[in-house]
Design a protein around this ligand. Structure first.
Ligand code: UGA
Length: 470
């Protein structure tokens, strides 16, 4: 994993500007806005990342990157030094001076699953007020299918004449943890546009991407649908494999072999078939809910996506079920080490993380938690200030009656199990990411559970002769 990221980081500096650059304002300096803005600067454009959050802009202007994302800080530093990347909370000025305005504000879920478009509306209002020459307005925020019609009529309401802008839907496919690489080396770029002029501008915007990048030029509604289709299909894939992994545990089958063999069928592909404690993050849960909601609005349904969400909610309870199977039903007074709080490795993001479900249950049952994560502790502390947080895995494991691995940080796969066993009160591991070597666990006297490896049945690794598809 470390090697992959290192290669990724060196690659991101290879993308460099060639011809004609644009002045771009990114509205919203959250995850998507900051990464996209920085990558546009790396492609040679002049970018202002603008946000109403003055504190964040001040931090960024002082070289402090508010999010953990491998390679991003270096990329920001380089582009700031080369004067292509700026930060501002003066949104009107940035809008006035830009050719392209990229809207990357957040669209969180409302209680009923509907996407909340308040921030998007405010951005449109500002653009309409301060657009004094032709602007290409690019929607990068994930918005429900059909929102571009609403956006168009909002711009009409705000008296922005149609001739003075081109509206484009340009969804992003960045994964937290590898976002810069995903941005500079995308599988595909989707341009949803009904204006020739705006389409040409978008093609120029992305001109310095590798030659093999696929460009899909389509209408705006289809572009919006592509984003939801991609995310929810991946969510479906993960929920499918999680349920299958549970069945493999019950029957004694070995999921990793099943997924390798399945993945060899090119129609299926091996990607996103790793079982775990349920998917999290800001995108799959939110976008799945929003797609189900959109379908309802159109008197249609997305039963498969609804099922994926239901399966995912259940999957988040699996770590505790497995814990009970080894430690007993009564968790009160038990010290439990939680290794991994982020919703996946290489990010400090805890939104919809399975760790939250696990912590809630343990707290309800009166267990004592010792938690560790290489990057996500500050975020988790905001939610659970009362927990005991450790500086490293071994401090978390000390005197613990059991340990649960919830995030696949590479440092967990190299834990010294002899050392862990010596400091724990009971030798019990619940490895929800299948990162530990089962032979080592057995050799060191641990009782353990994994997800999808036939429970605790050890399978020799050498029987499978294919290269690891991950
Ligand atoms: C996801 C998509 O992968 C991106 O393409 C998209 O741009 C992004 O959402 C978005 O809409 O902004 P992200 O949420 O950052 O990216 O993370 P993923 O790598 O997709 O992982 C999502 C969840 O699925 C994590 O909890 C991860 O642990 C889980 N997962 C992933 C599995 O359990 N098994 C897998 O095989 C893969």
């Amino acid at each position: 994993m470390k090697k992959k990221i290192a290669i990724g980081i060196s690659l991101i500096f290879l993308i460099s500007p060639l011809y004609g650059s644009y002045n771009i304002t990114i509205l919203g300096t959250g995850y998507v806005g900051l990464v996209s803005g920085t990558c546009f600067a790396q492609m040679g454009h002049h970018v202002v990342c603008a946000d109403i959050n003055k504190k964040k802009i001040k931090q960024l202007s002082h070289g402090i990157n508010p999010i953990y994302e491998p390679g991003l800080s270096e990329l920001i530093k380089r582009n700031v030094q080369e004067k292509r990347l700026h930060f501002s909370s003066n949104l009107p000025e940035s809008i006035e001076e830009s050719d392209i305005i990229v809207i990357a504000v957040n669209t969180p879920s409302k209680e009923n699953g509907q996407a909340d478009l308040t921030a998007l509306e405010s951005a449109l209002y500002l653009i309409a007020k301060h657009a004094h020459n032709y602007k290409t307005i690019v929607i990068k925020s994930t918005v429900p299918i059909g929102t571009n019609h609403q956006i168009k009529s909002r711009l009409d309401d705000f008296n922005l004449p149609e001739s003075s802008y081109g509206l484009v839907s340009n969804p992003e496919f960045l994964r937290e943890g590898s976002a810069s690489c995903d941005c500079l080396y995308p599988d595909r770029v989707i341009i949803g546009s009904e204006s020739q002029r705006a389409t040409e501008i978008m093609k120029n915007l992305y001109k310095s991407l590798p030659k093999e990048t696929h460009f899909v030029i389509t209408d705006r509604t289809t572009a919006e649908a592509i984003k939801y289709a991609s995310n929810t299909f991946l969510a479906l894939k993960i929920s499918f494999i999680n349920e299958l992994a549970n069945l493999c545990d019950a029957t004694g089958a070995h999921t990793a072999t099943v997924t390798k063999a399945m993945g060899l069928d090119k129609r299926i592909s091996p990607q996103f078939l790793k079982p775990g404690p349920g998917f999290g993050g800001s995108c799959f849960p939110k976008d799945s809910l929003a797609l189900v909601h959109t379908a309802k609005e159109y008197n249609s349904h997305m039963l498969t996506v609804q099922a994926a969400l239901q399966a995912n909610n259940l999957q988040k309870t699996v770590p505790i079920t497995k814990l009970r199977s080894l430690i007993g039903n009564d968790l009160s007074g038990k010290k439990i080490a939680i290794l991994g709080l982020a919703f996946k490795a290489n990010t400090d993001d805890i939104r919809y993380s399975s760790a939250i479900t696990v912590i809630d249950t343990l707290l309800q049952e009166g267990a004592m938690i010792q938690a560790y994560d290489p990057k996500a502790i500050p975020n988790m502390k905001l939610l659970y200030p009362q927990l005991s947080y450790s500086d490293n895995s071994y401090d978390a494991l000390r005197d613990a009656h059991a340990a649960i691995i919830l995030t696949e940080w590479s440092e967990f796969s190299t834990l010294d199990l002899a050392k862990a066993g010596a400091i724990m009160a009971d030798k019990i591991f619940i490895d929800c990411r299948n990162v530990l070597n089962q032979m080592d666990l057995v050799a060191n006297g641990f009782r353990y559970q994994t997800i999808g490896n036939g429970g605790t049945r050890h399978i020799p690794i050498s029987y499978f002769f294919c290269p690891d598809p991950y």
